[in-house]
Design a protein around this ligand. Structure first.
Ligand code: COS
Length: 383
């Protein structure tokens, strides 16, 4: 298997690296402290084409596919997890749902301005009573004249309140289980739509996470995405992309944590020399490097499969499961190598440790990923 990147992909990687290191990294501590990714950062990402990098040019995207998207996410995540999550919530799930399930008219109407970053998107599936059991959702969409009237509450929505366009899942047909759910494009400006205040979080503090309340929101029928009743499959298909995105984000964070640990081990002196000469430290660095290598191999292998047009549900869940747990191991060792300094907010490793934890939870807990992988393995041909 060929793992080399094309010249174009390398140029994109280089652009993303320079932007992340020069513009995002210096602001990362402030983003965490002030719980906000500045508008100027989102504008610059838009100018560089990152807000639609994965999508075809005919819809205003940059045609780099999933490999290009993962390269950008990896670089951003080395600098600031909150910034990478604003991009992920927008591109890998919010806009992706419209691209995957929208009609040609919906794609033409919404994608160009979303890809240009003129508007931010979000994906609203989870509800207070429907997390892992997404099909238990209670938000309803009732057909009335030329509209669907939406009522209900969504929770833990990334980009909530700041996004202007939402891919929202609601029950259109009672008693039909997963086949009674449909997807709608809902705009923030629609009367009856309201976002709650941003949640206070352990990590990824700069990305806004809010509830969404809908009271008799009249959504035009032309905003029904794809076919009525196909919403659950739209959610699952979209989440395959979201889960792969998380893998790329974990990879970037793990590389940075490893680099910081190598630098620290080479400069911190104890017992008459740098701690890098101690085998206890060397073994931790070796294990971190092993995890990073495995993460990198699987993220781009899965992204290549995605770009080939093949179904990649199993790979996406494997990537999400492994990379989020590997990142947990890597940041834990990074804190250990940094010792007392690793525990202090003054040093970035403390933020990396807090930011890493969400990856084992969102876009399907790791318990759900194990379930998906087991189902895929048990229903496939020989391994
Ligand atoms: N792509 C396309 N279709 C898919 C799919 C995928 N990745 N995964 C499942 N489907 C289809 C199934 O084929 C099935 O189709 P049919 O009705 O034609 O048989 C349908 O969707 C229902 O799937 P399933 O029977 O597996 O549904 P379950 O209720 O058993 O739920 C889990 C499956 C638990 C895996 C699902 O609810 C899930 O992923 N939960 C986690 C939700 C989540 O990630 N939340 C985070 C929100 S975003 S922060």
């Amino acid at each position: 298997m060929d793992f080399s990147f094309s010249e174009e992909q390398r140029m994109l990687q280089d652009t993303a690296r320079k932007f992340a290191q020069n513009e995002v990294k210096p602001l990362a501590a402030q983003i965490d402290l002030e719980c906000d990714v500045p508008e100027s950062i989102i504008r610059q990402m838009a100018d560089l084409g990152f807000m639609g990098i994965v999508f075809p040019e005919e819809y205003g995207g940059f045609g780099f596919g999933e490999i290009g998207y993962c390269l950008v996410q990896e670089e951003l995540s080395r600098a600031c997890a909150s910034t990478s999550i604003v991009l992920g919530g927008h591109e890998s799930i919010g806009v992706m749902a419209i691209y995957l399930a929208g009609t040609e008219e919906q794609r033409q109407k919404f994608l160009p301005e979303l890809c240009a970053g003129e508007k931010l998107a979000a994906f609203a599936l989870t509800e207070p009573g429907a997390g892992s059991d997404a099909a238990a959702m209670r938000t309803t969409a009732t057909e009335e004249d030329d509209c669907f009237v939406l009522n209900g509450q969504k929770t833990f929505i990334t980009n909530g309140g700041v996004a202007e366009v939402y891919s929202i899942f609601a029950r259109t047909d009672e008693g039909k289980g997963t086949r009674g759910i449909s997807t709608f494009i809902v705009e923030k400006s629609m009367p009856g739509f309201r976002a709650g205040p941003p949640e206070k979080k352990m990590g990824i503090r700069g990305s806004h996470t809010t509830d969404i309340f809908m009271e008799n929101v009249r959504v035009p029928k032309e905003n029904l995405m794809g076919t009525r009743g196909a919403g659950f499959k739209v959610a699952m298909h979209t989440l395959d992309y979201g889960r792969l995105s998380i893998g790329a984000q974990c990879l970037g964070a793990a590389k940075e944590a490893l680099d910081m640990s190598i630098t620290h081990a080479n400069t911190r002196e104890q017992f008459g020399g740098p701690i890098a000469r101690l085998q206890a430290i060397q073994f931790m660095l070796a294990e971190m490097a092993t995890d990073v290598y495995a993460m990198e191999s699987m993220v781009y292998r899965a992204a290549a499969k995605c770009d080939s047009g093949e179904r990649f549900t199993r790979e996406a869940s494997i990537v999400k499961l492994f990379c989020s747990e590997a990142l947990g191991r890597v940041v834990d060792k990074a804190v250990q190598i940094h010792g007392g300094m690793g525990y202090m907010s003054e040093y970035p490793i403390e933020r990396f440790y807090r930011d890493a934890r969400i990856n084992r939870i969102f876009e399907g807990t790791n318990e759900i990923q194990r379930l998906v992988i087991a189902r895929e393995v048990l229903t496939s041909q020989k391994y």
